[in-house]
Design a protein around this ligand. Structure first.
Ligand SMILES: C[S@@+](CC[C@H](N)C(=O)[O-])C[C@H]1O[C@@H](n2cnc3c(N)ncnc32)[C@H](O)[C@@H]1O
Ligand SMILES: [Zn+2]
Ligand SMILES: [Zn+2]
Length: 191
């Protein structure tokens, strides 16, 4: 489920993408796997018999997790494109958090290298640090992991200082538990 803060629009070179309809501050939790997102196994999809082209096409609708299953997001989350300098990253606790202020009209991007695909995509994010070929290497190279962790940690510190549009929805999952009681208490303090 993605917060209702984005609209689907054509990008210049990456098909459709998600664009912010208002400015979204760093620390905003914008997406998580809700109970309506479907999880499908590789065998259900016949993944092992798919051609490279079919696997590429599948990435338009689903992403693969470490346990080998595929998640089909319930909404327009699937339009989020990859950037090597993404403004949204996944925290270990299981949600996606804004790691750089997103301006109104700016494209929301995620780093696909967190997925477990066995294809490669030629990246056209245009960022200075573009890796050119997204090849889903695991374990994630240390430098990249550090780059993400640093950003995520800074964003997590801001979680209770910004408006959280998914606060109520996140309660359906106990994902905050893994962040420790302090953050949980702060987030769910009586209003
Ligand atoms: C989950 S979809 C994202 C939405 C997609 N742009 C669309 O129009 O449906 C993933 C696909 O978008 C394209 N894509 C996303 N980020 C890209 C990037 N940085 N460079 C090139 N293609 C990208 C690739 O075709 C990829 O398989
Ligand atoms: Zn969902
Ligand atoms: Zn790139």
């Amino acid at each position: 489920m993605i917060a209702k803060l984005f609209e689907v629009k054509e990008t210049k070179n990456r098909g459709k993408g998600l664009f912010a309809i208002e400015s979204i501050p760093k620390g905003t939790i914008v997406c998580f796997e809700c109970n309506n997102c479907r999880t499908v196994s590789a065998s259900e999809l016949g993944y092992d018999n798919m051609s490279e082209k079919e696997k590429m096409a599948l990435l338009d609708y689903a992403y693969r997790k470490k346990d080998g299953t595929f998640v089909l997001p319930c909404d327009e989350t699937r339009y989020m494109n990859h950037s090597c300098n993404a403004n949204i990253l996944t925290a270990d606790a299981g949600f996606d958090i804004v790691v750089r202020d997103i301006k109104k009209g700016e494209e929301a991007t995620y780093d696909y290298r967190d997925f477990y695909e066995d294809i490669k995509i030629l990246c056209c994010c245009g960022e200075e640090n573009c890796c050119k070929v997204v090849d889903f290497k695991h374990p994630i190279p240390t430098e990249l992991k550090q780059f993400w962790t640093m950003r995520i940690n800074v964003a997590l510190k801001l979680v209770n200082t910004v408006n959280q549009p998914l606060k109520e929805e996140l309660k359906q999952k106990s994902i905050f538990l893994s962040l420790g009681d302090t953050l949980l208490d702060k987030l769910y303090v009586d209003e």
